[in-house]
Design a protein around this ligand. Structure first.
Ligand SMILES: O=c1[nH]c(=O)c2ncn([C@@H]3O[C@H](COP(=O)(O)OP(=O)(O)OP(=O)(O)O)[C@@H](O)[C@H]3O)c2[nH]1
Ligand SMILES: [Mg+2]
Length: 214
């Protein structure tokens, strides 16, 4: 077994690069990953195209890799959204009603209160938080995407207001919003930690063996 794992091991001499300009995301990723995957962060203003989350994230990773950053061959593009999903029980159709990849702009324009007001007409405030990571090993390699999802609902804002939509998202099975929860608690069940669990498994299965100097 050990020999099989050893023969599969891929020696990686540079840390993975997380492409994000969001300090709060970075903080959570650092705390979730700990020492498990060596990484550095890089703020790169790349376009986020329209489409499904997986495609937006994949394309961003592809762009980052193609951009040919000097000395950086391992890119992990990080991306996260909140979808509002309304369930119309009569016809069993899931309707993605709002926001999705555009949550950032929604929040900037209408804020937490506006968001709640928009949903006033609907009894069902179901939502899910979705995190998409895409990992591109290089410019010629198709990125792999990992999606982490946490179901919950939209509520009037509660808790500290220092990270996006945390105050209006209450995960299923909890009385607190993401913002009210202690950080460690959020990091245990969050969309981000679920996606990162998949990233970690992928790295372990691929046999990446980091030997980085920093
Ligand atoms: O309350 C929150 N809890 C979270 O767990 C979370 N994760 C992301 N966000 C916000 O959702 C939008 C996504 O947009 P986004 O993914 O394009 O982020 P960004 O543009 O800030 O950074 P990046 O694209 O450089 O990585 C931005 O407003 C983020 O602040 C969160 N808000
Ligand atoms: Mg962004």
């Amino acid at each position: 077994m050990a020999a099989a794992a050893a023969s599969r091991a891929v020696l990686v001499s540079r840390p993975v690069t997380f492409v994000t300009g969001n300090a709060k995301k970075l903080e959570e990723v650092k705390s979730i990953l700990g020492q498990s995957i060596p990484f550095q962060s890089l703020k790169l203003d790349l376009p986020e195209l329209q489409g499904e989350p997986e495609e937006i994230s994949k394309e961003k990773a592809r762009l980052a890799a193609v951009q040919g950053l000097p000395g950086i061959h391992h890119l992990l593009c990080f991306f996260s959204f909140l979808f509002i999903v309304l369930v119309f029980l009569n016809d069993f159709i899931f309707v993605k009603l709002l926001a999705g990849p555009y949550i950032k702009w929604f929040l900037q324009k209408i804020g937490h209160e506006g968001f709640n007001n928009l949903l006033m007409a609907y009894e069902d405030k179901s939502a899910y938080a979705l995190c998409a990571f895409s990992f591109a090993l290089g410019p010629d390699v198709e990125p792999v995407t990992f999606l982490g999802k946490t179901p919950g609902k939209i509520v009037p804002a509660r808790g500290p207001n220092d990270f996006g939509w945390d105050p209006i998202f209450q995960p299923d099975g909890y009385d607190q919003t993401y913002a009210e929860m202690p950080k460690e608690e959020k990091n245990k069940i969050s969309h981000r930690s679920r996606a990162l669990d998949m990233v970690k498994s992928h790295f372990a299965e691929a046999g990446y063996n980091f030997s980085t100097s920093n």
